[in-house]
Design a protein. Structure first.
Length: 146
């Protein structure tokens, strides 16, 4: 049986020595359906879209937002690095919209692969991934500026 000291040492090593499992900022890419006429967004514009405050593109096309689970490292990186918010803050905004009847939550997908599939099938869609090697002609990368 492991001694108490060994357990405490293992816990401290896990917390302070091992690198975190979050994706780095450069590995999160905002991706949209190719029919969107947007090539770049500011952080503030992306925040409005992801928080469901902006629901249509400038051309009048409805925006369909796809997200990963709040515990997903890619989602956490998107929130912190690109939206300048914590994931729980984004979740609260969605809950408030849904429960007040003023809006809907974005569509949650189980993986980046599914996200890319849904974005490809949905005109006006936007989402994010860490791996752009699977992008097709139905996807476009959106540059996010501060």
């Amino acid at each position: 049986m492991i001694s108490r000291l060994a357990r405490v040492t293992l816990l401290l090593l896990t917390l302070f020595v091992l690198p975190p499992t979050y994706a780095d900022e450069s590995s999160v890419y905002v991706v949209a359906h190719t029919n969107t006429n947007i090539i770049k967004l500011s952080s503030a514009q992306l925040r409005k879209i992801v928080s469901m405050r902006q629901t249509v593109w400038p051309n009048g096309q409805p925006i369909v937002v796809y997200t990963l689970d709040s515990n997903n490292p890619v989602h956490q990186t998107l929130c912190i690095d690109l939206l300048n918010m914590f994931p729980y803050q984004v979740e609260r905004l969605w809950e408030k919209l849904a429960y007040s009847g003023l809006g809907e939550k974005p569509i949650n997908v189980e993986s980046e692969k599914k996200m890319l599939e849904f974005i490809a099938k949905t005109p006006g869609a936007i989402g994010y991934v860490s791996d752009i090697s699977k992008l097709t002609s139905l996807h476009k990368i959106i540059v996010v500026e501060d």
